[in-house]
Design a protein around this ligand. Structure first.
Ligand SMILES: N[C@@H](CCC[C@H](N)C(=O)O)C(=O)O
Length: 283
């Protein structure tokens, strides 16, 4: 066949096309990413995970080497569904790790993955779930967002990528996220992921998310870490743990000073080959 190898996977139903590109040869343009992620014209996904050996990155402009330090053999080149580049993807890195283990590209259960936000230590569990050390979740201020004419104030949190976490007082399931919420572009000049959260128990949250570069998704791993960090911040602490229910399932989050972890599912669904003519046309 000679097509381009792909896999399809998801982490709590945040879904991805994986492109194994061990030697860094694929020309992954924004247009190809957007067409791949299109649920009618392509395979359909919230994002693309290009799997590339860190040593093969060289000085590639489009892929960006930020975060690809010398310690991690594999670099997660994450792209949003609209073709834009993001620093980090918490659900994506779990699926990325599951692929590396299943493909025999790593043999240890615990290893580092390079991302644009820095290296992330991951641990693959026998039940298929993966824990990711997500680095610091840093509160950077407060801002507002408007959904359907209703304004929410929120806590801005950086988890390698930007988030604004708003608490909706029991209304999270009624919000209409079909249209992009409005946010302060002066506060977030590079865009922002918007989380809407209800507190459902002493250590449990319910969350929906409107992701930068994608739209509403069924889960956002960095967003769940941001949600727990924001909850703790409002309670006057920076250490704690919580489960977070999202549309696609449940994840477990811990936040400590300077470090956080995310544990959740990582599922590989299918593999196949992209038609090379379709790939060329999508370029
Ligand atoms: N779904 C991801 C986050 C992906 C990146 C995000 N859309 C951004 O642009 O920052 C996750 O699981 O963290």
């Amino acid at each position: 066949m000679g097509g381009i190898e792909f896999l399809k996977g998801h982490g709590t139903q945040n879904d991805f096309v994986l492109l194994p590109d061990i030697d860094g040869r694929l020309d992954l343009t924004p247009s190809r990413v957007a067409t791949l992620c299109d649920r009618r014209a392509g395979l359909g996904a919230d994002g693309v995970l290009r799997v590339v050996r860190t040593a093969a990155l060289g000085e590639q402009g489009g892929a960006g080497r930020d975060g690809a330090g010398p310690g991690a053999e594999w670099f997660m080149d994450y792209r949003n569904a609209d073709g834009s580049i993001a620093e980090m993807c918490g659900n994506g890195v779990r699926v990325f790790a599951r692929y590396l283990v299943d493909a025999g590209l790593v043999t240890a259960d615990e290893f580092a993955v390079a991302t644009r936000a820095g290296e992330r230590l991951v641990r693959a569990h026998p039940d298929g779930s993966v824990t990711v050390h997500m680095g610091p979740a840093t509160v950077t201020g407060s801002s507002v967002t408007t959904v359907g004419g209703r304004e929410f104030s929120g806590v801005a949190v950086n988890v390698g990528n930007p988030h604004l976490v708003s608490f909706t007082d029991g209304d999270v399931d009624t919000l209409d996220l079909g249209e992009a919420p409005v946010y302060d572009t002066d506060f977030f000049p590079h865009g922002v992921n918007l989380e809407f959260v209800d507190t459902t128990g002493p250590a449990s949250l319910r969350m929906r998310v409107f992701e930068r570069g994608v739209g509403e998704t069924r889960a956002c791993g960095t967003g769940t870490v941001a949600a727990v960090a924001a909850t703790l911040h409002l309670a006057g602490t920076d250490t704690g743990e919580s489960t977070v229910d999202i549309l696609g399932g449940t994840v477990a989050v811990t936040v400590g000073s300077g470090e956080s972890t995310l544990t959740g599912s990582a599922v590989l669904v299918a593999r196949g080959e992209l038609d090379t003519r379709w790939w060329d046309d999508a370029g």
